[in-house]
Design a protein. Structure first.
Length: 342
């Protein structure tokens, strides 16, 4: 009997060790990405050919994407990579035609921040036919299978905006229990997580979102939308959250013209320099800052790893997502980071 127990003990011990080893292998693929601390890929010292990547940008005239493009170009130079650039100029047809042109020029990989994620399956299929890896930076993948998707933690950022809105409401002794959201285009499904996070936080704290209006990331459309919101709820509105800073600036302009600065709080998303200026001037009260430069750098880092068969550590292995940090810039200009462990 004693011998049997010893044998069973040995078997249980071996099973435990096998489980532990399997667990370690599975969990090593999950790691939160902080662009400032990520380990750089090992640069090849051999006489291999110089890699050429195609960089397709949403719209380089936007501050956010201009900063992202600078990150792409900076990291490519560091790694000795040639970059061919195509500007989509917020146009689906231009995006598709431009990517096809990049592929025709013989790029080794495609890094893209797509204006219209719904067109990504077409683009991905073209790249796959040419054996070209695809790395998406921000916006969305359109549900297609890409090699990596680099994105901010948008829901967490929206939640942080909601927490800050509640703080502002208390600080300014506002009595209204109503909030509004100005939303990005419907195709930007990941950016729309920002509004979801904000709405969830406000509702959990007894507030009502009385208006959700799409302004397609355009300042003038957000201005017009805010004027309509003011006409309906101007005397009973505490805060408006815009899912990006371009729209927040339009909302702020409408609020300023209505003489309601300080009566209705305005919070944006992206951390654009123009939004930070508006915060300093009192026209906005905060923005949730992303790190577009670092996102661009990380996009090139991951692409280089893929091209040189180096390991990529994903936050979500199934979707191949890598998350970058967000933080709040408040009405004092102070930066506050979001604690994912809260």
């Amino acid at each position: 009997m004693k011998m049997v127990l010893n044998v069973l003990s040995c078997i249980l011990f071996l099973l435990f060790m096998l489980y532990f080893a399997s667990y370690a292998r599975n969990t090593e693929n999950r790691q939160t990405i902080n662009p400032s601390s990520i380990e750089k890929p090992v640069q090849s010292t051999s006489d291999e050919k110089q890699f050429t990547i195609g960089w397709s940008v949403y719209n380089s005239s936007y501050e956010f994407f201009h900063a992202m493009q600078n990150g792409v170009l900076n990291e490519a130079e560091e790694l000795g990579i040639k970059v061919l650039t195509q500007d989509q100029k917020s146009n689906t047809a231009t995006m598709i035609a431009g990517v096809n042109d990049l592929i025709a020029q013989g790029i080794d990989a495609l890094v893209i921040s797509p204006f219209n994620p719904d067109a990504m399956p077409v683009i991905t299929n073209e790249a796959r036919d040419a054996s070209i890896p695809v790395v998406v930076v921000d916006i969305g993948t359109g549900g297609t299978n890409v090699d990596a998707f680099i994105i901010s933690d948008n829901f967490a950022g929206g939640s942080l905006a909601g927490e800050y809105a509640l703080e502002l409401i208390r600080k300014h002794s506002l009595t209204s229990k109503n909030a509004a959201i100005i939303k990005v285009e419907k195709t930007a499904i990941h950016a729309r997580r920002r509004g979801e996070g904000f709405k969830d936080t406000m509702i959990q704290n007894g507030y009502k979102v009385v208006a959700e209006v799409t302004a397609n990331s355009e300042t003038t459309q957000a201005y017009d939308a805010m004027k309509k919101i003011l006409a309906a709820y101007g005397d009973d509105l505490a805060v408006v959250f815009a899912e990006n800073d371009r729209m927040a600036l339009g909302a702020a302009q409408a609020i300023e013209e209505a003489g309601k600065i300080g009566q209705i709080m305005v919070i944006g998303f992206d951390g654009d320099p123009s939004a930070i200026t508006a915060i300093k001037e009192g026209r906005m009260q905060g923005t949730i800052a992303q790190q577009p430069f670092e996102m661009g750098e990380l996009g090139v880092d991951v692409t280089y790893r893929l091209l040189t068969d180096q390991r990529v550590i994903y936050d979500d292995l199934e979707s191949k997502e890598l998350y970058t940090e967000v933080y709040l810039i408040d009405d004092t200009g102070k930066a506050r980071r979001y604690d994912q462990n809260q």
